[in-house]
Design a protein around this ligand. Structure first.
Ligand SMILES: [Zn+2]
Ligand SMILES: [Zn+2]
Length: 364
């Protein structure tokens, strides 16, 4: 099968014909239909996030179940599934504590780039290829733990479905679950990539009346308007802090969401918000980078939440988000800027780097 392999963190992928084995106990073989180009992949390709090499990367995919191993009873051959990169075990301390994103089993094996038996399923010329986020979706097929195969309704198009696997779940959950946004409140979203656009949608669906989108690219602010932003600010031209204060009668927003991953934008979320506001940080700086904040930005009470998957429970949330799309409330068509063949995947990441995409997808 064809797969995009990362050999070195020099920024490019190599499309190779790799071998894949059969699913073992509690594993699912998925024929991938679409795989999203996420900024985290780009960061990994450039050495900004840790990775075990060589690896098949990609962690935002959807497809059809091709085969199941012994003991799989949550999906069947032919089901449409979204791959969750949070295949939590269900019985560890954190799973029992209601925090599946922190699952100890998942964390242990993810950090080694292997499945739950400590091995991988794809190889190139006899060399094992590591997993990435326990899913590795930039490939024609992938074998994943059954906990990460989430069945969704058949009438939900799989290209749209793939977006739920990372960006949409993270942004929507960041707004709805972490941001706890209430009707008629004000929200700023700083950084309008796919995660930020999904946070804007979460704010809109929650009933926020003022949704302020901030970015340095005008095209992304246009995307933001299409999915629900009521105000847009190009922070290269206008000061986002002054603009947010003006829009909120000088008080600051009720909820500020950061989805850009810079020290400066994290500080801006604090400065744009009112005392007592909730701050949700979804972006991430390169691994090892420190951030600093003037202490006054913390004064007057603020709740700061950092979340990786929007406090989601993917097996519950993916089917719900599928319904929201099918009911016309969650806009996914507007999120897909361009599609690529697997052979064109580096072109897609170049376009992502240039800020041209809401989301780019590899279609198989
Ligand atoms: Zn991602
Ligand atoms: Zn667990």
């Amino acid at each position: 099968m064809k797969a995009a392999v990362l050999f070195e963190t020099k920024g490019k992928l190599s499309v190779e014909n790799v071998d894949i084995s059969e699913p073992k106990k509690d594993e699912v073989l998925v024929k991938i239909k679409a795989s999203g180009l996420c900024h985290t992949d780009w960061e990994t390709m450039h050495g900004y996030q840790p990775v075990n090499l060589p690896a098949i990367i990609g962690h935002e995919g959807a497809g059809v179940v091709e085969a199941v191993g012994e003991g799989v009873d949550n999906v069947s051959v032919g089901d449409n599934v979204i791959c969750s990169w949070n295949p939590n075990c269900g019985i560890c301390f954190y799973c029992d504590n209601g925090q599946p994103i922190l699952c100890e089993v998942q964390k242990k094996y993810n950090s080694q780039g292997v499945l739950f038996d400590g091995t991988t399923r794809a190889s190139l010329n006899g060399q094992n290829l590591h997993y990435y986020s326990l899913v590795s979706t930039h490939a024609e097929y992938t074998i994943i733990p059954k906990q990460g195969a989430v069945k969704v309704r058949k009438d939900f198009p799989l290209d749209r479905a793939s977006l739920l696997g990372c960006a949409v779940m993270t942004g929507y959950g960041g707004a709805v679950y972490a941001g706890n946004i209430k009707p008629e409140t004000s929200v700023v979203v700083i950084g309008c990539g796919a995660v930020g656009l999904s946070a804007i949608q979460g704010a809109r669906i929650s009933g926020a009346s003022k949704i302020i989108a901030v970015d340095i690219f005008d095209n992304k602010l246009e995307f933001a308007k299409k999915v629900g932003a009521t105000h847009t600010i190009n922070s290269k031209i206008d000061n986002p802090i002054e603009a947010c204060l003006e829009i909120t009668d000088g008080r600051g927003v009720d909820c500020a969401i950061e989805s850009a991953g810079h020290n400066e934008t994290i500080r801006q979320t604090l400065e744009c918000s009112r005392p007592g506001a909730r701050i949700v940080i979804l972006g991430k700086t390169p691994y090892g980078v420190e951030i600093n904040l003037p202490f006054y930005t913390l004064m007057g009470e603020r709740e700061i939440i950092r979340t990786s998957y929007g406090k989601s429970h993917p097996r519950i949330d993916f089917p719900r988000l599928a319904n929201l799309y099918m009911d016309g409330k969650l806009y996914l068509d507007e999120m897909i800027t361009k599609t690529y063949k697997i052979e064109e995947i580096n072109e897609g990441f170049d376009a992502l780097e240039r800020g041209e995409l809401a989301r780019g997808l590899v279609i198989f």
